[in-house]
Design a binder for this molecule. Structure first.
Ligand SMILES: [Zn+2]
Ligand SMILES: [Zn+2]
Length: 257
């Protein structure tokens, strides 16, 4: 692959409950279309020789068993919600005699230290994940190898969280609002990944209509929607009604830009 090509593999494209949702018998949850089966939202970005995981939810282990490659060099975390960090214990597989770098806001790292203290202290008796935390700050680019990554400030209702601007990609999940200034900075980006929960409004996530309106303002080359619930509707039916440069992502989809 060309060094400056970026590859994105969607490991999961579902909301916090996943799809099918437990104890639901709706048309989407009963669908036999594999694109209607959604693990919790996460992705791998492969760019300039690095394999970067974005979020590590409770389906992480199963997702990695299905991924096209199990190589990972670092983890970027968007926010502390369980559907984005619930798989961290399984990072132990990447800590054989070394620490594993994670990048997140300082408040997220502080909460992880509290929730998972054993992941931050070497323990000679058991095999545990050993996380090497790096605090990152809104809009201040940091580097991974020779990749520059900018944390994009967004709001998940009242909670400040981040998306990631990596070369030709902007990856945004769990967004409800984003400032005009950020829209300006992302304008015409080649590849945009954005959350769209469902058709109805929701307090902390963009719905489909709001996501499409934001895409129209950013005007990316291509856009893929993620973090969908069962109430977004059937993949095949929703896809047919989307603008030409917008698609619903699905688990296992790989795109290059
Ligand atoms: Zn979420
Ligand atoms: Zn969330």
């Amino acid at each position: 692959m060309n060094r400056d090509r970026l590859e994105l593999e969607f490991l999961g494209t579902g909301t916090s409950s996943g799809v099918p949702q437990l104890r639901c018998g709706c048309e989407v949850c009963r669908s036999t279309d594999s694109r209607d089966k959604r693990f919790r939202t996460s992705a791998i970005v492969r760019y300039r020789g690095k394999n970067i995981l974005i979020d590590c939810g409770p389906d992480f282990r199963t997702q990695m068993l299905r991924a096209s490659s199990q190589d990972l060099d670092a983890l970027l975390i968007t926010h502390i919600h369980y559907d984005h960090v619930g798989g961290l214990d399984d990072i132990r597989a990447y800590c054989l005699g070394n620490t594993f770098p994670i990048y997140a806001r300082a408040d997220v790292i502080a909460q992880l230290r509290e929730k998972l203290p054993y992941c931050f202290h070497p323990n000679p008796y058991t095999w545990v994940p050993l996380l090497e935390p790096h605090s990152i700050v809104d809009n201040v680019p940091f580097t991974l190898g020779d990749i520059e990554i900018r944390p994009i400030p967004i709001k998940h209702f009242k909670m400040p969280i981040i998306g990631f601007h990596i070369g030709p990609l902007a990856y945004i999940t769990d967004c409800k609002t984003i400032s005009d200034d950020q829209v300006e900075r992302l304008r015409a980006i080649p590849l945009l990944v954005l959350n769209a929960l469902r058709v109805q409004d929701h307090v902390s996530h963009l719905n489909l209509e709001q996501a499409l309106a934001l895409i129209e303002r950013i005007r990316p080359g291509r856009a893929f929607l993620i973090h969908m619930g069962h109430d977004i509707g059937l993949h095949s039916r929703v896809s047919a009604a989307l603008p030409e440069n917008v698609a619903l992502a699905y688990d296992g989809l790989v795109v290059q830009v």
